[in-house]
Design a protein around this ligand. Structure first.
Ligand code: NAP
Length: 500
């Protein structure tokens, strides 16, 4: 078992065991990510991938499937020599993981592979399977004693969602802790693998012009918007039990919120950063009935038009009940009650089938008195700093300058370093970073249990409120920017959502 908070740079020899080796995630994200890690020489020399699946396939058939997927989804074109290297590392192991006896066979297989691959007993167990199997697999690993090799380390990578509420998340966590210590658990939030998300800390803590004004003296409000044009497509069955709260707020948005609001960590050690993020969650205002009544808006899309094409409403989607009360949109306002943020609203919004697909954070700075250069009817635009996460990636800044075409006018001037990078979704690129960090033993970009627990505590209250509230869904048209009430949420504070 490993010890300590590594944050190491050395990539360790290991076998990556992917449960769900024939699944969509493995094909579209994990294998293309591994290909690019080989290309960039970021995998250890002694490395093997054991893909576990149920399907009856020979190893050659499996590799052929993976070749096709990598060819389709990799950010780099396939190079024969690189593929050859990767395919030599890949092994297909067929077994049904609900059969507990099968784990003993897998353990022996991995031990033998150690001899030929030189992987020294180190293991990464990646659960790329439906969440209902997480505990089953962890139990299999436990009873076969697969994670306890003398002199070696084992890590567990667990995909989202981590539980469907606080209770199930706790139960899952307790089961995992019977087998893996917290420091060996890597709870994936692929959003944290995105470059711009990692850049939030760099922007804040490596630029004195930002960090010195990153507080309630200078900032008027913060807006976090993760919006999608896409509907639920064929994932209606999954989404029906998830909704926007579990799909986006509990994980990605709360993670972004903590990065925007955290205090500078004392150093770059994993636990220092996670502790600061956790403090933000602890400082979120109490969720009272009044808070829920006044600060939360749920929505569900009806039919509408997106990019000139008619699209169905959520209740008409595949595997969605015609009277579904699942939310496809959430907007909320909250406060973080600490010295830095007291009094500053954080507005959050996420939704499907909206007019625009984008993820961005808008920092609106306070207005200055309207005394200079102004005609009475003119309104001075505030300074805005926009951190664009996708599809544009980079930073936008708006500030005021003199309008040289008039005597008194002022015009907002825009500086934009962002560029259009449409592939910045849930991409293999984010997984490249995450897999690389797992192999280095750096858990900074993964969620610690207390963060997950605190996020569920907030999300549970909101979900319970939505479930007991009589909803009048659908309440926004596909192709709009969400329910009217989400605009009123800001308008009643004299503010508006920014679209810059
Ligand atoms: N797909 C994505 O883009 C994506 C994105 C973010 C998170 N995730 C998360 O990643 C996880 C996997 O999602 P996915 O879309 O890849 O699912 P998927 O396509 O349905 O794949 C499920 C995998 O589980 C295997 N499996 C199921 N039952 C099994 C059993 N009894 N024994 C052995 N293998 C079994 C399947 O093997 P066989 O097919 O051989 O039966 C298949 O490889 C989920 O937790 C999901 O929430 C996925």
């Amino acid at each position: 078992m490993e010890t300590g908070d590594r944050n190491g740079d050395d990539i360790m020899s290991a076998i990556l065991v992917i449960f769900g080796g024939t699944g969509d995630l493995t094909h579209r994200k994990l294998m293309p990510a591994l290909y690019n890690l080989v290309l960039d020489k970021l995998l250890p020399e002694n490395f093997a991938v054991v893909a576990v699946g149920r399907r009856d396939k020979t190893e050659d058939e499996y590799k052929k499937d993976i070749y096709d997927s990598v060819n389709k989804h990799s950010r780099n074109k396939i190079d024969a020599a690189i593929w050859h290297k990767l395919q030599n590392m890949i092994h297909y192991y067929q077994f049904d993981f609900t059969n507990m006896e099968g784990f003993q066979g897998l353990k022996e297989y991995l031990n033998q592979l150690d001899q030929t691959a030189g992987t020294e007993g180190n293991r990464v167990f990646y659960l790329a399977v439906a969440p209902e199997y997480f505990e089953t697999i962890v139990h299999g690993i436990q009873i076969s004693d697969m994670a306890n090799k003398e002199g070696a380390w084992s890590r567990l990578v667990i995909e989202k969602p981590f539980g469907k509420d606080l209770m199930t998340a706790r139960k899952l966590n307790n089961k995992i802790l019977e087998v893996f210590p917290e420091k060996s658990i890597y709870r994936i939030d692929h959003y944290l693998g995105k470059e711009m998300i990692q850049n939030i800390m760099v922007l804040r803590f490596c630029n004195s012009i930002f960090e010195s004004i990153w507080n309630n003296k200078f900032i008027d409000n913060v807006q976090i918007s993760l919006t999608e044009k896409l509907g639920v497509g064929t994932r209606g069955g999954y989404y029906e039990h998830s909704g926007a709260m579990r799909d986006m707020i509990q994980n990605h948005i709360i993670q972004i919120l903590t990065l925007v609001a955290m205090e500078p960590p004392t150093n770059l050690k994993t636990d220092s950063i996670r502790t600061e993020k956790q403090k933000v969650l602890e400082a979120i205002e109490e969720i009272t009935p009044e808070f829920l009544r006044d600060n939360v808006v749920f929505g569900q899309y009806g039919p509408g038009i997106i990019d000139g094409e008619p699209v169905p409403g959520y209740r008409q989607e595949l595997n969605v009940p015609r009277d579904s009360s699942t939310e496809t949109f959430v907007a909320l306002k909250l406060h973080i009650n600490n010295f830095r943020w007291a009094g500053i609203p954080f507005y959050i919004r996420t939704g499907k089938r909206l007019a625009k697909s984008s993820a961005e954070i808008v920092i609106q700075f306070k207005d200055l008195p309207n005394i200079l250069y102004f005609k009475d009817e003119e309104i001075q635009e505030p300074n805005l700093l926009v951190l664009r996460i996708q599809p544009n990636v980079g930073v936008f800044f708006q500030f005021n300058t003199k309008d040289f075409t008039s005597h008194h006018g002022i015009v907002p001037t825009k500086m934009d370093t962002s560029s259009f990078q449409p592939m910045q979704g849930n991409t293999p690129e984010a997984y490249e970073r995450l897999i690389y960090d797992i192999l280095r033993g750096d858990a900074t970009l993964f969620s610690r249990w207390d963060e997950v627990e605190a996020a569920w505590t907030v999300a549970d209250r909101l979900i319970a409120y939505r479930e007991q509230k009589k909803s009048s869904f659908p309440n926004y048209d596909a192709g709009s920017m969400g329910p009217v009430r989400s605009f009123e949420l800001l308008a009643k504070d004299g503010r508006k959502w920014w679209h810059v």
